[in-house]
Design a protein around this ligand. Sequence first.
Ligand code: NAG
Ligand code: NAG
Length: 469
Amino acid sequence: MDCLGLEQFHGVAILGFNSAEWFIAAVGTVFAGGIMAGIYTTNSPDACLHVANDSRANVIVVENQKQLDKIMQVKDKLPHLKAIVQYSGSLKEKLANLYSWEEFMELGLEVSDHELDEVISKQRANQCCVLIYTSGTTGSPKGVMLSHDNITWTAHHASRAGDMQPAEIRQESLVSYLPLSHIAAQIYDLWTGIKWGEQISFAQPDALKGTLVDSLREVTPTAHMGVPRVWEKIMEKIKEGISRCGYMKRKMVTWAMSVSLDANQRLKKDEEKSFLFTLAEKLILQKLRAELGFSSCVKFFSGAAPIGRETLQFFLGLNIRLYEAYGMSETSGPHFMSGPEAYQFLSCGKVVPGCQYKLININADGSGEVCFWGRNVFMGFLNLEDKTKEALDEDGWLRSGDLGKVDEDGFIYINGRIKELIITAGGENIPPLPIEDAVKQELSIISNAMLIGDERKFLSMLLTLKVLQ
Ligand SMILES: *[C@@H]1O[C@H](CO)[C@@H](O)[C@H](O)[C@H]1NC(C)=O
Ligand SMILES: *[C@@H]1O[C@H](CO)[C@@H](O)[C@H](O)[C@H]1NC(C)=O
């Protein structure tokens, strides 16, 4: 990164689907004293511009021609931009300061180890190294500043709460496919992967259009994380498969799933499993899980948005407990985690050891706004001191904007949201106000507009017309 003219604390924006190059670019940026910022592959050119400009990007790493085209449209508005690297496909035309991955790697050979060591030794644990862009309730996405310490601490502690094992004890293996610009996949696939020496395989870019299951079958991961929409899609697919089975097979599967759901909802941790359950598991459920690529998978995580009761129950029917995680970009990812040692149906688990929480403004049913504290809590929003002040109280507690309740064993249940923000089943955060205002402004005939999409797979809008009395 250094040989492209990356200056300390300047950005390197990465725009592409999960790949080894994405990881290398991210880690290279951090070592070179830059700040890495992932951009969603679905972002418009203007949305890319916002991230690249806000982070004062010296370098943009793009996947292919399609992503390069977006950057070419806005590059003249980026005063700090010095180089673009394309990591996949061949370059369509040769432009100054546009490098293929091979050319970029070759440039690196000219830099001596001594120079690299010097740059690395300048790093300090309290300096920002990662930016996660996240939607607030108004305005453009804000850059959440995370320090080396925030990242390494979270990669260690949150993943232990989720029972991820160091490679010396057991080789964890997983498939990387969720957007790495989101904190959930970035902390789980990349930073935790490095921490414990996990084996990471990259899915195809069309993973979510149906090829994910092929990758899972090929890799047979030991752990798998999905956003609720991913688990729903898997559920829909299995249901469809079952409905196409013959009568006997359908009966058997339905029976096995009901036995498993029943056993899983009743079972305390070390309770004996019944003979019927063992039979259902051996005869049917193991095979069903193997068809999904989960024959070696022992940990299943869900995060980034609340997951529905029906989905959780469906997977208990397959003898799969979905371990929910709860946190924000501003907490480097999970602040509460479920795992084999901390599981309750419908709960997002217990606070990650070393983190703290408190509930404020507690209402009659015992729910209050969840506030966070810990070494995972961010440094602030880039270039937005006033927004940072709003997010933290005077003692440095981070306000989540979520309503939660904690039972006597320490399990948290999230049951509402105070801030005006829609979180879709895919985990996308969408502030409704700017969209509603824009519609009202464009269509003068509309009196009220309300965006709907919380926990749903798409957005829709309820509109009322202006009428004369
Ligand atoms: C880029 O950022 C600078 C300073 O942060 C700001 O003044 C400028 O308006 C931004 N440009 C664009 C095109 O957003
Ligand atoms: C996250 O890292 C920054 C920089 O090291 C630090 O200021 C912040 O306090 C960290 N979070 C906490 C709560 O320790």
